[in-house]
Design a protein around this ligand. Structure first.
Ligand code: ADP
Ligand code: MG
Length: 684
């Protein structure tokens, strides 16, 4: 192009590209600043590259990028001392939208191109999202005059020669009336801090301040807003543990120290650097998510990495930087990008390898951090098969004594004692040490080992383990009496007779705390407890999962908790109770029993007569007699049960035994508890 003023038309395929840019290209208008700063960095890096290959021989001078606000003129100006553009280049790179100069430069100087940010060729035009007029005043590092390009956000532009002393480019935005927020220093600071905090070229905005005459005043010194050499751009060998921690604090000033870090450093088949940290996870999973910041050549892209990395990795903190993750417009584009997918699976592998490494090198340290790592690792194992494959060798199970085992080690530990009669391994667990203590103790006394599953996520995870570990089953210690937790072939003799059980059932029932308790007799050891409250594994787990997922009233969620009151039919106190019932009501009960058995034998003989006859052949008279007999038995039984209930209601022993069983499950509270205490004192 020549030196006189020229007019021309911007070369676009679609006439209406501006409205598209304004409305749809970027949903966030604020990213114009990211794009312009990135271009300034690119221009500077290009100059560095040219200097390093000897194509630029002049003085580099001060390469600081400067940003200035003029409130009166309503302009925002970005100035760099980079390569600049000739009129020809403006025509090529600016007038022809979507023709990315960065792309071309990258191709030509593949090896030497110092991390060029732009790839897409639309970044510059994002300035029209906030401006009604944009000027480019630029002087190329090559010979020739400086030029000024002006465009008012339509498809025409003007270009003319101007005077400009220094090499480089000024981009002057005349902010439109809806974008005056970008005249506020605080707003620009906020954006620079968000997008440009770790860019590799110094960026000056405003002045350093000093405390003078009891207030802060500007000095002459430029304030540099970025750290041009963040830790992840350095070599792992050049960093000490303190440097990693210091960088973590730079990212998250309020957080606790991290547990471990992983320095990512890949250059083939894609480019990826970064540092990931295992945070100390507090209770709430949601709050901790989305702390990874994604960068592309040190330009911040997003801090919402969901969908870009596997879900469990979103619990990690830190930064990832990859020029292969396009600084792009939409998230759906990012998610479908092949490089992004490869990166995700690479990181999964890296994280697993790092954990394995720590486990191997310092198992003790690994164990001390297990409680903090557990949620993260188990979540990953549950949601990513590839992670499971690696993590199954170092994931731990912790028992109620605080000992840790790998899955293999634990299998070996319990194989002999905890295999049931069908050959399944039964893993016993408790959700807390306190709640299930008497059950844990009973199981331990029997030579079983009990795992502690006290994490918020553990119930879900053990469902997964059951599927993954062949022939395995998880059973909470209080889901049954110890004799039946792990069904084996051995059956104990039972001392209580069936008549005695019939007698005891109504007596005990009369004192149960609610109708959600079911009485069940079990032949246990004499040394086991006389009565035990259990809750069936299946029902309990279904209800827990329902609570965890927080859904509506699913059938399990809506059901009341139901419990078994298991009575030890070999315990001396139970036998004594049965004898006492016989002593007090023996003759009366015997009489009723004889009457019932008479009625029953009468019915039996009628049944015999009926044999071989069709229903219509049985005389009505006989049928009526049968119904009558059934009713009579019912009445007798009811009478008997009333006597027994009466016995139970008056019996402190029955009440005391039930309360003791409830107490062992932390189910005795309030008034019942204080009554129990006074009754105990009286009994002593
Ligand atoms: P991209 O950065 O993806 O290439 P942009 O629309 O942001 O696309 O910029 C288009 C081109 O304009 C750049 O590739 C570059 O050649 C040129 N350009 C933009 N800003 C500057 C600048 N500050 N200095 C020199 N050249 C620039
Ligand atoms: Mg760009």
């Amino acid at each position: 192009m020549d030196s006189q003023k020229q007019q021309g038309s911007i070369n676009v395929t679609s006439e209406n590209i501006f409205p598209i840019i304004k409305k749809f290209l970027y949903s966030d208008h604020e990213i114009f600043l990211r794009e312009l700063v990135s271009n300034a960095v690119d221009a500077t890096q290009k100059l560095n590259t040219l200097a390093s290959v000897g194509e630029f021989k002049g003085e580099l001078g001060d390469l600081t990028i400067r940003i200035a606000i003029d409130k009166k003129k309503k302009t925002l100006t970005l100035s760099d001392a980079g390569v600049g553009m000739t009129a020809k280049e403006i025509d090529k790179y600016i007038n022809q939208i979507a023709f990315s100069g960065a792309e071309e430069f990258m191709k030509k100087y593949k090896k030497d191109a110092n991390a060029i940010i732009g790839h897409f060729g639309l970044g510059f035009y994002s300035s029209f999202m906030v401006s009604d007029k944009v000027e480019i005043i630029t002087k190329s590092h090559k010979r020739g005059k400086a030029v000024k390009w002006i465009c008012k956000g339509d498809t025409t532009f003007s270009i003319e020669d101007v005077d400009k002393k220094n090499r480089g480019t000024d981009i002057v935005l005349h902010l439109d009336k809806d974008s005056l927020e970008f005249l506020e220093e605080s707003r620009i600071n906020e954006l620079l801090n968000k997008y440009s905090r770790f860019l590799p070229v110094p960026i000056a905005f405003g002045k350093e301040q000093e405390f003078k005459d009891s207030k802060y005043v500007d000095t002459d010194k430029d304030k540099i807003i970025n750290n041009t050499q963040p830790a992840w751009t350095k070599k792992p060998a050049d960093l000490k543990e303190e440097d990693y921690t210091a960088f973590y604090k730079e990212l998250y000033p309020m957080a606790d120290d991290p547990l471990f870090n992983i320095h990512l450093n890949v250059d083939y088949p894609f480019n990826l650097t970064g540092i990931l940290y295992f945070p100390k996870i507090r209770n709430n999973v949601e709050v901790q998510k989305n702390k990874i910041q994604l960068y592309s050549n040190q330009v911040f892209v997003t801090d919402s990495v969901e969908g870009i990395v596997p879900d469990f990795l979103t619990l990690l903190h830190g930064v990832m930087d990859s020029p292969d993750i396009p600084l792009n417009v939409s998230r759906s584009f990012l998610q479908s990008d092949q490089n992004v997918k490869k990166i995700a699976s690479h990181i999964t592998k890296k994280v697993a390898d790092r954990l394995k490494d720590i486990f191997k090198k310092d198992r003790e340290l690994f164990e001390t951090k297990w409680d903090d790592l557990k949620l993260f690792i188990n979540y990953g194992m549950m949601t990513e098969d590839k992670f499971w494959d690696k993590a199954k060798d170092f994931a731990l199970l912790k028992n109620t004594e605080g000992k840790c085992f790998t899955y293999e080690e634990y299998k070996t530990l319990i194989k002999d004692s905890q295999t049931d009669k069908d050959g399944s391994l039964v893993y016993l667990y408790a959700n807390s040490l306190d709640d299930g203590f008497s059950f844990i103790e009973a199981a331990r006394n029997k030579g079983y080992d009990v795992l502690l599953m006290d994490g918020q996520f553990d119930t879900h995870y053990l469902n997964h383990l059951e599927q993954k570990i062949e022939k395995s089953r998880f059973v909470r210690v209080d889901s049954d009496v110890v004799e039946k937790l792990i069904p084996k072939d051995i059956q104990l003799d039972e001392k209580l007779s069936s008549d005695q059980k019939t007698n005891l059932t109504p007596a005990i029932k009369s004192q149960l705390p609610s109708e959600h308790f079911f009485i069940q007799f079990e032949a246990m050891q004499e040394t086991d407890k006389p009565m035990i409250v259990t809750q069936a594994e299946f029902m309990r787990r279904m209800k827990e999962m329902q609570q965890f997922s927080g859904g509506g009233a699913d059938i399990y969620g809506a059901m009341p908790d139901s419990f078994n009151l298991v009575v030890n039919s070999n315990h001396a106190l139970i036998l004594k109770l049965a004898e006492d019932v016989e002593k007090k009501h023996g003759p009366q009960l015997a009489e009723i029993a004889t009457e019932i058995s008479q009625l029953k034998s009468e019915k039996d003989s009628l049944d015999k007569l009926k044999e071989g006859k069709k229903d219509e052949e049985v005389p009505q008279e006989e049928k009526d007699k049968m119904t009558e007999l059934d009713k009579a038995v019912e009445v007798k039984e009811k009478g008997r049960d009333e006597i027994l209930e009466g016995y139970g209601k008056d019996s402190d022993v029955v009440k005391q035994l039930i309360d003791l069983a409830l107490l062992a499950n932390n189910m005795l509270t309030g008034e019942s508890l204080s009554k129990f205490v006074s009754r105990s004192i009286e009994l002593i």
